[in-house]
Design a protein around this ligand. Structure first.
Ligand SMILES: Nc1ncnc2c1ncn2[C@@H]1O[C@H](COP(=O)(O)OP(=O)(O)OP(=O)(O)O)[C@@H](O)[C@H]1O
Ligand SMILES: [Mg+2]
Length: 308
């Protein structure tokens, strides 16, 4: 069986406290394997986005652990978590979260800017990924001027720019007509098939969920179903739930905070060209500014206690 790219143990998320306390996730333990495509489905309010935000390290759990490539990330420092997120994950959201006043190229290359990649290299890689999505002719346009389907393709380009091991998508086709949805879905599943990128897709759309190899069904903060397509049944881990939230000593001996996982997956070949020499690091202030810009464009809502 392949290594799980993501694992959770007793994952709990509680919003608020006292009379306004809400238990959004009630102790979830499961694995997502490298190269899987997983749909997270369930009624509104069942906890899908909350779960996705925890898996994607956009928010921190109240209790329990998320591990990436076998390494618990919960105990890492915020800066290490944001590095990990920036390197290993791509994000596609229903609301696009593009900076309307920036160009398509600037939007797509924001993760590289955060990572400190020099301008010329950013431009080269940005244009390359826009070409793959047939959006290079719009590189200089303001993001605001695009159609919905074009905006979503730009978001996918941005999600791909760092060669992620996992793409998280929350209702990626929620704002698109059915024909455009199909195009966007085809791009996502093409990336899954051809580059082995793991897909984690939150959706209300049954047709989209049916294209995934595995379906996690949520209800009231619990996973009530884990259905794998027959060919992936053996590779999918079973889901167990625990009624109580206990912070456990996880994965003894596997915690390596000094060497966080990069999350790179084997299916994507390394870049053909040597990497550019490491640029001077951004100042802490500049980095924070860029990160908050990016974060504002990633999550529709955050609970308290986020990672970074
Ligand atoms: N920041 C927050 N503070 C308080 N409660 C929250 C917060 N974020 C989410 N919740 C609550 O947690 C529950 C799960 O929310 P979540 O956004 O995960 O649902 P969802 O399954 O994604 O729903 P939808 O399909 O409508 O997007 C909801 O009842 C929601 O009101
Ligand atoms: Mg949601």
């Amino acid at each position: 069986m392949s290594t799980p790219v993501l694992e959770t143990e007793n994952l709990v998320k509680i919003y608020g406290r006292g009379p306004s306390r809400f238990d959004a996730l009630k102790g979830l333990t499961f694995e997502i394997h490298r190269g899987e495509s997983v749909a997270i489905v369930g009624k509104s309010g069942s906890g899908k986005s909350t779960l996705m935000h925890l898996l994607a390290l956009l928010d921190a759990p109240t209790a329990g652990v998320v591990a990436l490539d076998g390494r618990p990330v919960t105990q890492l420092k915020p800066a290490a978590v944001s590095d990990l997120r920036n390197e290993a994950f791509g994000f596609v959201f229903q609301q696009f979260f593009l900076n309307a006043q920036q160009t398509v190229l600037e939007n797509v290359t924001l993760p590289l800017k955060i990572a400190g990649v020099p301008r010329a290299e950013r431009r080269r890689r940005g244009l390359e990924v826009l070409r793959q999505l047939e959006m290079d002719s719009k590189a200089g346009n303001k993001a605001n001027d695009l159609s919905g389907g074009q905006k979503q393709r730009v978001c996918i380009a941005r999600a791909l720019i760092n060669d992620p091991s996992v793409i998280f998508a929350d209702e990626p086709t929620g704002n698109l007509d059915s024909a455009t949805s199909r195009v966007v879905e085809d791009i996502l599943f093409g990336l899954h098939r051809e580059r082995g990128i793991t897909l984690v897709i939150v959706t209300h759309d049954d047709d989209l969920a049916a294209r995934c190899q595995r379906r996690l069904s949520m209800q009231d903060g619990r996973i009530i179903g884990d259905d794998a397509a027959p060919e992936t049944a053996a590779a999918s881990a079973s889901v167990t739930e625990t009624a109580t939230a206990t912070a456990t000593g996880l994965y003894p001996g596997r915690h390596t905070p000094s060497s966080p996982a990069t999350g790179r997956h084997a299916a994507v070949p390394p870049p053909a060209e040597p990497e550019a020499p490491a640029p001077p690091p951004l100042s802490r202030r500049e980095r924070r500014r860029l990160e908050s810009e990016a974060a504002a464009g990633r999550a529709d809502r955050r609970g308290e206690g986020g990672h970074a």
